[in-house]
Design a binder for this molecule. Structure first.
Ligand SMILES: *[C@@H]1O[C@H](CO)[C@@H](O)[C@H](O)[C@H]1NC(C)=O
Ligand SMILES: *[C@@H]1O[C@H](CO)[C@@H](O)[C@H](O)[C@H]1NC(C)=O
Ligand SMILES: *[C@@H]1O[C@H](CO)[C@@H](O)[C@H](O)[C@H]1NC(C)=O
Ligand SMILES: *[C@@H]1O[C@H](CO)[C@@H](O)[C@H](O)[C@H]1NC(C)=O
Length: 362
C-alpha cells in the first residue's frame, strides 16, 4: 500500500470518527424518543381545528380562553379550551417536540408538519352523529386527515425518511367522551340502544379507524381513557344541581364501563396488529381524586365550580369576556370552564402517565 493511500485512509477514518461523534453529540443534545407526534381527539386536545371549520359553534378562540397561554412568541386565545396549555401541549413538551399545528390551518404546510399534526376537534367523538349539529370533525374524518398527512410526508422528505417518521411517531388518541355524554343526555339514544350496545357501536367505529392508521404505517399508539366526566361542573348542574359535592354517579358508571371495554379492545388490537405498541392512559382515578382531594395537589378552590363566569354552566360561547364572576387565578382551580380542566390540572394529569407512556412505547 502506498504511503499516500495510507494517509488518505487514515484521514478518512479520522473524518468518519469526527462526523459520527458530532452526529452523536447533536442527536443526544436534543434527544426525543419520537420524531413526530399526532393527536386525534376532541376539546381536550383541540388546538385550533374548529377555528377553521366554517360556522362551528364549538370554539374557544376568544378571552378568557388562552389568557395564560404562552408558547414561544405566541400568547393568548388559540382555540384551546383552557386558560393555558392542555393535554397535547404537555405531552409534546415532555418529549421535546414543538406543538403540532392544527391540520386544517394555513400554518400546517411544508416543514411545519414534519414533526406532526393535530386533528382534534372540540365536540367530536368516534361516531359521525355525535354533535354533528355543532360543526365538528368526527374521528373517522380525522383519521382520514392523518392518512393524508402520512402520505404528504413522502413529497416533503422522500420515501425512506417519511416511512421512518410515520412508523416512529407517537399517535395520541383522545376521543370518546362526547359520544358518552351524547348518550347519557339523550332518551332517544337510550331507547335505541342499551348501554352495552352503544359502547359496542363506539368501539366498532374506533377499531377500523385505528387499523386504518396502522395500515398507513403507524405503530406507536397512546390511547387515553375517558376521565371523570360526571365530576364536571356542567354535568353536576345539569343532573344534580343541589348535590354539588358529589359526581354524577350514572355518568361515572357509564364512563367506567366504557373504559373497561375500551382497554380490552386496545389490548386485543395490540396482539392482532403485528409490531404495534399501545399504551392505555387511565386517567379516571386521578381525575376523581383531583375532584375530592384538591388540596393534595395544591388546588385551593371548590372543584365543583369552574373559573369562568359563575363556574356552573359556562362553556364555549357562554364563557367569554363578558361572563360575570370569572376568577383571577386559574391556578387554584380544577376546571377552567364548566367542562374543561385548567392548565394546572392538565400538568398534574399528564404527569401521572407520561413517563410510563414513553417507557411503554420505546
Ligand atoms: C414567532 O416565532 C416564529 C419561530 O418560532 C417565527 O417564525 C415568527 O416570525 C415569530 N413571529 C413574530 C411575530 O415574532
Ligand atoms: C416529563 O415528565 C416527567 C414526569 O412528570 C418529568 O420528570 C420530566 O421532567 C418531564 N420532562 C420534560 C422535558 O418536561
Ligand atoms: C362517517 O363519515 C365518513 C366520512 O367522513 C364516512 O366515510 C363513513 O362511512 C361514515 N361512517 C358511518 C358509519 O356512517
Ligand atoms: C382525553 O384524555 C384526557 C386525559 O386522559 C381525559 O381526561 C379526557 O376525558 C379525554 N377526552 C376524550 C375526549 O376522550
Amino acid at each position: 500500500m502506498g504511503k499516500s493511500l495510507k494517509s488518505c485512509l487514515r484521514f478518512l477514518l479520522v473524518l468518519n470518527i469526527l462526523i459520527h461523534g458530532w452526529n452523536h453529540a447533536f442527536v443526544s443534545a436534543q434527544s426525543t424518543p419520537f420524531p413526530a407526534v399526532v393527536f386525534i381527539g376532541a376539546s381536550q386536545s383541540d388546538v385550533g381545528v374548529n377555528n377553521n371549520v366554517p360556522n362551528s359553534l364549538a370554539r374557544a378562540n376568544f378571552l378568557p380562553y388562552g389568557r395564560d397561554f404562552v408558547n414561544g412568541n405566541q400568547t393568548g386565545p388559540t382555540g384551546r379550551f383552557s386558560n393555558g396549555k392542555i393535554l397535547p401541549d404537555f405531552v409534546a413538551q415532555n418529549i421535546s417536540l414543538p406543538f403540532p399545528p392544527p391540520y386544517n390551518s394555513p400554518s400546517a404546510r411544508g416543514a411545519a408538519v414534519l414533526q406532526g399534526i393535530n386533528t382534534a376537534s372540540a365536540g367530536s367523538g368516534w361516531l359521525n352523529g355525535t354533535n354533528s349539529n355543532l360543526g365538528v370533525v368526527p374521528g373517522t374524518q380525522q383519521v382520514q386527515w392523518v392518512r393524508n398527512w402520512q402520505q404528504s410526508l413522502v413529497g416533503l422528505v422522500g420515501t425512506s425518511r417519511a416511512s421512518r417518521i410515520v412508523r416512529e411517531a407517537l399517535y395520541g388518541i383522545n376521543t370518546s367522551d362526547n359520544d358518552l355524554l351524547a348518550y347519557y343526555g339523550s332518551t332517544t339514544l337510550q331507547q335505541q340502544y342499551t348501554e352495552d350496545e352503544y359502547i359496542k357501536l363506539i368501539l366498532d367505529t374506533a377499531v377500523p379507524n385505528i387499523r386504518n392508521l396502522y395500515s398507513g404505517g403507524a405503530r406507536r399508539f397512546a390511547v387515553t381513557s375517558v376521565s371523570a366526566r360526571g365530576c364536571a361542573p356542567n354535568e353536576i348542574t345539569r343532573y344534580q344541581p343541589t348535590m354539588r359535592d358529589q359526581c354524577v354517579q350514572g355518568l361515572q358508571d357509564l364512563v367506567q364501563k366504557y373504559n373497561t371495554a375500551y382497554k380490552a379492545t386496545i389490548q386485543s388490537l395490540q396482539s392482532s396488529l403485528q409490531g404495534s405498541k399501545f399504551y392505555f392512559a387511565d386517567t379516571f382515578t386521578i381525575t376523581v381524586d383531583l375532584f375530592f382531594n384538591p388540596g393534595k395537589y395544591g388546588l385551593r378552590h371548590d372543584t365543583s365550580i369552574a373559573c369562568c363566569g359563575t363556574g356552573t354552566f359556562e362553556v364555549g360561547p357562554t364563557c367569554n369576556s363578558l361572563s360575570v364572576g370569572t376568577c383571577t387565578s386559574a391556578a387554584d382551580y380544577l376546571f377552567f370552564d364548566s367542562e374543561h380542566y385548567t392548565q394546572a390540572a392538565w400538568s398534574i394529569i399528564v404527569g401521572t402517565f407520561i413517563a410510563d407512556l414513553i417507557r411503554s412505547l420505546m
